[in-house]
Design a protein around this ligand. Sequence first.
Ligand SMILES: [Ca+2]
Ligand SMILES: [Ca+2]
Length: 177
Amino acid sequence: MRNEAVNRVKLVFTLFDADGNGVLESDDFDLMSSRVAAAVPGADEAPKQAMRAGFTRYWDTLAGELDTDQDGRITYDEYQACVLSPERFSGAIDQFAAGFARLGDLDGSGSVTRPVFTGMLRGVGFDLPNIQALFEALRPDDADRIGVDAWETEIRNFYAPDKAGIPADLLAAAPAS
Ligand SMILES: [Ca+2]
Ligand SMILES: [Ca+2]
């Protein structure tokens, strides 16, 4: 596996462990989706539900595929196996990426403003410099908005273990000094 992908796997595990207790559980995904929903108070209920459904399916898929000892928690050792069969997660990741990115398109324009983008990714737990770097890489237009489709693609890439040299690596990079 490429180094960039290893770094993303480590980071994703840390982020998914939203309550910081060292293992992934369904509570972590409830916590993350609540933080993301709180970041976009102006969003309609339907896209919020779609976003939450994406988190729930993601957790259900992880638990079904990776909770080897079936104790309802996924340790880092268990989690690492996700890179061995990425195709098993692609359906869940597609739904997650769509539900997440589209929630940010508050006015249905097909684009997302910088404050919304930043707030949602802060909700997941990314650091501000990394978020800003990704926003710039997605080429904001004159109104300082990025395209929902481009963002959705980048979310899918972020969780793909075979990708490298992609804008989403900026989320896993050490902050520029
Ligand atoms: Ca946890
Ligand atoms: Ca387990």
